[in-house]
Design a protein around this ligand. Structure first.
Ligand code: DX5
Ligand code: ZN
Length: 220
């Protein structure tokens, strides 16, 4: 499966966001991971629709939007209009997940479903053939720069096996605490879309992205 780096702009320098997006793209990233927080589902606030809209058309990166908000169905259309390509919602945040996924598709986006570290993979069973991507959170959602929770590896393995049993080649994204030192174990467990915030934006951005991409190719 294609391995994709999704830099999380939560750790970007917003006064030069345009430049940083360009460097990400030039160095081999394919997605831009856009973390939306509502101060309810998670304690923090981040950014939302107007910021996404301001990026629209200024990059070739795929807009990978991770909604850490209650009842995300309310904003599916707004995010679609602002340029989201993939809209990922939390299992824990949706009253009716099926309806939410259907709405995302009706708005012309790919649907992603994500679970927090304490939520078991089993809850995804009814939706395995419904989403284009599953996101395993490897830290508690809410902020960047946390430590990778090792139990996430088993969840990735289980999910990959469940998908394979059904002949599905769905993307598995992993988000939180991933750096150059542990990304290989995450890939080996069966993930193919890697989110990285601090590990991309701290230090030399281009070098960091290139190094991730090198590991992706080397390990394939
Ligand atoms: C956490 C966010 C992540 C975060 C990852 O709530 O969903 O995308 O920015 O940051 P790092 O890579 O620094 O753990
Ligand atoms: Zn995220």
């Amino acid at each position: 499966m294609e391995r994709i780096l999704a830099p999380s702009i939560l750790s970007a320098d917003f006064k030069v966001l345009g430049e940083q997006m360009e460097l990400c793209e030039k160095s081999g990233a394919k997605y831009l991971h856009f973390d939306v927080m509502d101060g309810m589902f998670v304690k923090n606030l981040s950014f939302g629709v107007p910021v996404l809209a301001s990026i629209q058309g200024h990059t070739g990166l795929v807009m990978d939007v991770h909604l850490m908000i209650e009842e995300p169905i309310r904003y599916a259309e707004a995010f679609a209009n602002a340029g989201a390509d993939i809209l990922t919602v939390h299992y824990e945040a949706c009253e009716n997940l099926q309806e939410t996924v259907d709405k995302i598709h009706a708005c012309g986006m790919k649907a992603g479903i994500t679970i927090k570290p304490d939520t078991p993979v089993d809850v995804l069973m009814p939706y395995l053939d419904q989403a284009e991507m599953f996101l395993i959170m490897s830290v508690e959602p809410g902020k960047g720069g946390q430590k990778f929770i090792p139990e996430s590896l088993e969840k990735i393995r289980t999910l990959r096996a469940l998908l394979e049993e059904r002949g599905l080649h769905t993307d598995i994204e992993v988000d939180g605490g991933i750096g150059l030192d542990n990304v290989k174990t995450v890939l080996d467990a069966g993930a193919n879309v890697i989110v990285a915030g601090s590990a991309v934006f701290k230090g030399d951005l281009s070098e960091n992205v290139s190094e991730f991409v090198r590991i992706f190719e080397e390990d394939e």
